[in-house]
Ligand binder design. Structure first.
Ligand code: PLP
Length: 470
């Protein structure tokens, strides 16, 4: 006998809802397919500038880019409220993995729009909260990582805060933390101590002692591994039993798209295991983008994953951890875990990533990286003074432009933006230019078009700065 259906299921299956979704998809496709790269429309310029200036006044500082989206796009293309249409190669720093206005996603989000609540949290978790947790734990355990639990939250910083709370409780009394040079962990007061950027913690109280271990230096090779292990041993000896964990980005994001061979991380992880210090992979920027769903899987470091955080492209952020770390009731709770739209989008994205051929040496992520690399290499052969790189892996792509200074990166980024490509800076000394394309949407043609614009922009920028043709 058929089980009686829930009223919510009857609503979703209602022919009016099904037809409304079809009409929405049709209208969206009809309008978005007209979009192509375009300069700002002069007739919108005055209002746009007034809106930007009002926004700067309200938030106290101007936006990094003069970017106010209109609310529509197509693939990597996004329309701004000044009428311009640009290639979005940074996707909100890795968030918009579906690109802009993906019709299938709009379909999924329409289901969210007719659910009963905007937000979900500690006293109301709809079924999709459970389903997202199930998917994340299954993915995380895919190659044997000892992950049993998943706690959802609404930002990467909160996922990291929750991870720290779990670690501090697990190792009660151990109040120091280990991190890498160039680390970025988020914007809370504690996380800005772990973040290796003095400017990001200017004026804030020092709340947690952080011991920084040198990250891998590809120019020094094995010596670099030796130095890092020696530094770690020194901290473990100087402060016995005092560390709650070691937070690691396996591909440093804000730090400049640096990574290391498996042996480098494994050597450190073995030291940490011997000292019973938990290992904590921050995969907020790397999740989904490397050659496996998690960077620790790509590097074969599964056995060391005691605690893992994800965010950005998952839309909903999460802290994943093993049974031994399960905190006591009362430690973690939130009014908001996330919005219903973000949860349904997360479910959709995790399914697409898992079954869409993104991973492995010939998966889509590797192909995207290769396409950028081929173009960078060609450019490098003709104009070695313009770029160095590529750096990063899979859907994390970076290059060093011109002299690698922060000023040069800013100039190139500003010129790229005007020419119709949105990218962003990463790291300092050198400051690199990074691309985080929308993995589910970016096409090979879009990458080619972006690289054409990049090449012209770099040539122009070099000519202007040197006063001579490149
Ligand atoms: C590695 C890493 N950790 C943590 C965060 C913080 O995430 P959120 O900005 O969502 O708080 C980021 C954001 O860029 C990140 O790249």
């Amino acid at each position: 006998m058929d089980q009686p259906k829930l009223t919510a299921e009857m609503l979703k299956a209602d022919p009016r809802v099904v037809e409304a979704k079809r009409l929405l998809r049709e209208a969206l496709a009809e309008h978005s397919e007209k979009l192509a790269r375009r300069d700002p429309l002069p007739e919108l310029q005055a209002d746009y500038e007034a809106a930007l200036s009002q926004f700067a006044d309200l938030r106290g500082n101007p936006l990094y880019y003069p970017f106010l989206g209109s609310g529509i796009g197509r693939g990597s293309l996004v329309e701004l409220a000044d009428g311009s249409v640009k290639y979005d190669m940074i996707s909100g720093i890795g968030v918009h993995v579906c690109g802009h206005s993906l019709p299938e996603l709009v379909d999924v989000l329409t289901d969210a729009a007719i659910e009963d609540t905007v937000m979900q949290g500690n006293l109301q978790q709809n079924r999709e909260s459970l389903e997202v947790c199930q998917r994340l734990v299954t993915l995380a355990r895919g190659q044997g990582a000892p992950i049993d639990h998943c706690f959802l939250t609404s930002s990467g910083a909160m996922a990291n805060e929750n991870a720290l709370k779990i670690l501090f409780q697990h190792r009660t009394g151990s109040h120091r933390i280990l991190a890498f040079d160039h680390a970025f962990a988020g914007r809370s007061i504690v996380l800005s101590q772990i973040t290796d950027r003095p400017r990001y913690r200017a004026g804030l109280p020092a709340t947690i002692p952080v011991d920084f271990v040198p990250f891998y230096n590809p120019d020094a090779g094995e010596e670099s591994q030796h130095d890092a292990v020696a530094a770690l041993r020194m901290y473990l000896t100087r402060y016995p039993g005092a560390h709650c964990g070691f937070i690691m980005e396996l591909v440093q994001g804000e730090g400049g798209y640096r990574t290391a061979p498996k042996s480098f991380f494994a050597a450190l992880c073995e030291e940490l295991r011997s000292a019973s210090v938990p290992i904590y992979f921050d995969e907020i920027q790397t999740f989904g983008r490397t050659l496996a769903p998690f960077a620790y899987q790509m590097l074969g470091l599964d056995q060391y994953a005691d605690i893992v955080t994800v965010g950005k492209m998952t839309q909903v952020c999460a802290t994943l951890f093993g049974g031994a770390m399960n905190p006591k009731p009362g430690l973690l709770s939130q009014t908001f875990t996330s919005s219903t739209t973000a949860l349904l989008a997360a479910k959709y994205i995790l399914d697409r990533l898992q079954h869409g051929g993104f991973y492995g040496p010939d998966g889509r992520n590797a192909q995207i990286h290769r396409r950028f690399c081929i173009r960078f290499e060609k450019l490098n052969q003709r104009h070695p003074e313009l770029i160095r790189g590529p750096f990063g892996v899979g859907g994390m792509v970076a290059l060093t432009a011109l002299d690698g200074s922060a000023a040069a990166a800013k100039r190139v980024l500003t010129e790229l933006f005007s020419a119709g490509v949105i990218a962003f800076a990463a790291g300092s000394d050198p400051t690199r230019i990074r691309f985080l394309p929308s993995l589910l949407a970016v096409s090979d043609d879009e990458i080619e078009a972006v690289c054409d614009i990049l090449e012209q922009t770099l040539l122009r920028s070099h000519q202007e700065s040197s006063g001579s043709p490149a």
